[in-house]
Design a protein around this ligand. Structure first.
Ligand code: CA
Ligand code: CA
Length: 108
């Protein structure tokens, strides 16, 4: 009788420990996965607007002209519209600030 009670008692903690280990393993996997995703995102050059700006600025004058912006674009009309939307001070070229700013912002 007392032996049986001991068995039951010894099963309970084991089950608890297994559940905890599974939880920890799961959390660790999620943590590692999140870390891997973050590293991957940082590795992608298109995630860096500074690098993109430098790449687009063909003549390295610190501005992106409409020609530089639309060059290589699949949809020229769309690229021109995007350029006009980004050119906040309408001087015909994009500064790095204009290039990096969100195009949706129209408030002035
Ligand atoms: Ca330029
Ligand atoms: Ca401008």
């Amino acid at each position: 009788m007392s032996e049986q009670t001991n068995k039951v008692l010894s099963v309970e903690p084991n089950h608890q420990t297994q559940t905890n280990i599974m939880k920890i393993t799961f959390a660790l996997c999620a943590f590692l996965l999140a870390g891997a995703v973050t590293i991957n995102a940082a590795d992608k050059p298109k995630a860096d607007p500074d690098a993109k700006f430098t790449k687009m600025d063909a003549n390295n004058d610190g501005k992106i002209s409409k020609e530089e912006f639309t060059k290589g674009a699949k949809n020229q009309a769309k690229a021109e519209a995007s350029f006009t939307a980004k050119d906040a001070d309408k001087d015909g070229s994009l500064s790095k600030e204009e290039f990096k700013a969100a195009p949706a912002k129209k408030a002035k």
